[in-house]
Design a protein. Sequence first.
Length: 182
Amino acid sequence: MLKLYGGQRSRANIVRWYLEEIPLPYEFVLLDMQNGAHLQADFLSINPMGKVPAIVDGNFVLWESGAILLYLAEKTGNFPSSLAERGQLMQWVLFANSTLSNGLFWEAVRERETPKLLAGLEYVLKERDYLMGAEFSVADVAVGSVLGFAVQMVKTDLSAYPHVLAYLQKLRERPAFQRSIS
């Protein structure tokens, strides 16, 4: 059975949400990060960087939330078959983990970058229900999680972006999302 390693209030919740969306059994291994469990030899053999999330799937080990999401999407047949669609899906996951996260959370650029990033998302979501079109995908888990963290942790105000706000609300109402936060 796949094992997901994470801590409370960590990026492991992104992976946990996606695992709740797909039909794949898993065990969540909660590390006591306050007491340094992620820095002990047992966990460092899984992720030598001492960060979560990480998964162990049989003999295969993978860390970094975006890489894990893409791996799980492909493993469960939720990866697009066309090269162009795969590229778009990967674009959104990488955007979430890099551009969006840095722009919303890095204090030195937040004031300048947040309006640009949210305006871009507003433009995209004005034309479609989800990032890849009409269907929910792993891209929505990646981007939606970062948006949710930004609202919760740095109090990002989405009121000027009604399509982004509606999108985030729609994602939060998904049963799998609800299960992942309980």
